[in-house]
Design a protein around this ligand. Structure first.
Ligand code: SAM
Length: 253
């Protein structure tokens, strides 16, 4: 966990400066951008599609009338595409990511799917959102928050840009809560995932970071407290697949 006063954080298992972390994270996603989607399928055995379906279904965008949605750390667009399909014609959906390479892949995919008109791609930092206060009806962030150096700052920004009555939803890896499964999951994460990375993307290191960063991420109950501290109310979380991932939610009231 980090606070605005702290100067260091974690990059995987290494201690790094807060400002250094973002550069290291960006290197990881520059390296993997073109292989990112195929790697997700391979590493999760396709499970990420199911988790994203469950997650995006919680947004319930308006079918009629205006609806403004912000998907932060939106990468290659997986969450935004699901929301765009469910939303009505007046919906405005922004995919925001710090990494231009990930957004380029997202733009290409949006075009292939005929969704370009519904989506806007914005390159920016989750810690400093280029939008006015009380602008969006909903905010999502999937597999993104653990990469952000100052999580509290990103949560405060989420709260700021949401309208009163707006919903915050976060999908992130979590801690496996089933004895036995935790050991299998750990062995798989530390051995199989970097090996697949090396084989398919030619480099296992970015995937070692991903696995280490999952281990360092706060426990589900602790992360819920962080969301409350950012000002959200009626917060809660739901574990999927024995706790491999969790969906946290909250409302700006
Ligand atoms: C694991 S990917 C998730 C992409 C997508 N949400 C998904 O579920 O497939 C993490 C994304 O977070 C982005 N990211 C990392 N730090 C960020 C920051 N400070 N602000 C915005 N995006 C960031 C990365 O560039 C990357 O695209």
């Amino acid at each position: 966990m980090t606070s605005e006063r702290e100067t260091s954080t974690h990059f995987g298992f290494s201690e790094v400066g807060l400002d250094e972390k973002q550069g290291l994270v960006d290197d990881v996603f520059h390296k993997v951008a073109r292989r990112y989607d195929i790697m997700n399928d391979l590493m999760s055995g396709g499970m990420h599609r199911l988790w994203k379906d469950v997650f995006a279904a919680k947004v319930r965008p308006a079918r009629r009338g205006p609806f403004r949605h912000l998907d932060v750390a939106g990468g290659t667009g997986d969450i935004a595409f699901r929301i765009a399909k469910a939303a009505g014609p007046e919906a405005e959906i922004v995919v925001l990511d710090i990494n231009g390479d990930m957004l380029d892949v997202g733009r290409d995919r949006a075009q292939e799917r005929g969704l370009s008109d519904k989506l806007e791609f914005v390159q920016a930092n989750a810690e400093s959102l280029p939008f006015p206060d009380a602008h969006f009806d909903a905010y999502t962030i999937a597999f993104g928050i653990r990469n952000v150096p100052r999580i509290e700052v990103a949560l405060a920004e989420a709260h700021r840009v949401l309208k009163p009555g707006g919903r915050f939803l976060c999908l992130e890896f979590s801690q496996v809560a089933i004895p036995g499964l935790d050991k299998i999951y750990e062995a798989y994460s530390f051995n199989v995932i970097p090996a697949i990375g090396k084989l398919v993307a030619g480099d296992g290191e970015p995937y070692r970071y991903l696995v280490e960063s999952i281990q360092r991420f706060p426990r589900a109950d602790e992360f819920e407290r962080m969301i409350r501290r950012a000002g959200f109310r009626r917060t809660g979380f739901e574990r999927l697949t024995g706790g491999v991932v969790a969906i946290h939610s909250g409302w700006k009231l």
